[in-house]
Design a protein. Structure first.
Length: 157
């Protein structure tokens, strides 16, 4: 794999790995932040969330905090090490889209908060574009097969 592409892939996900690790080190703070943004669990989901809370023995907000942190760390590491890259890129793309919608909702803000969150949303849009590119990048075997086929079609000089 091209070294520059590898460095770019690692640079793309480094913030996710670090952010996810920080969330894992502060589950309570992360849970509080998620709860403050989402407010409450929708009524149709309360039965399911109650079962999850009983099964895991922790509040649903802490469970969500752990899930969010793991998505960031594991997804980031998978992309960085080029393992299941397309799948991890799609998961991270969806994660960034949901995060942008709930945490950078500049359309509901005014003043400096609106401007700041619009910049964050646009930055996230750029990240989503990068993850789309990773998800669409052809597998090495397909690239090598296409190159081999192209070389076979060339006429000798």
């Amino acid at each position: 794999m091209n070294a520059v592409f590898t460095i770019g892939r690692i640079a793309l996900v480094l913030a996710f790995i670090i952010s996810g690790a920080q969330k894992l080190l502060d589950i309570a703070g992360t849970a509080e932040q998620i709860q403050s943004k989402l407010g409450s669990i929708p009524a149709p989901l309360t039965d399911i969330t109650s079962q999850i809370e009983v099964t895991l023995g922790m509040p649903i907000w802490q469970t969500l905090a752990v899930v969010v942190a793991l998505i960031e760390v594991v997804g980031g590491l998978l992309v960085a090490f080029n393992v299941l890259t397309r799948t991890a890129a799609i998961v991270l793309l969806l994660f960034v889209a949901v995060t942008t919608f709930y945490f950078h909702d500049f359309w509901n803000m005014s003043g400096p908060d609106r401007a700041s969150n619009m910049v964050q949303a646009l930055k996230n849009l750029s990240l989503m574009g990068a993850f789309l590119m990773l998800a669409a990048w052809p597998r090495r075997a397909l690239v090598e097969a296409a190159e081999h086929e192209r070389l076979e079609r060339l006429e000798p000089l």
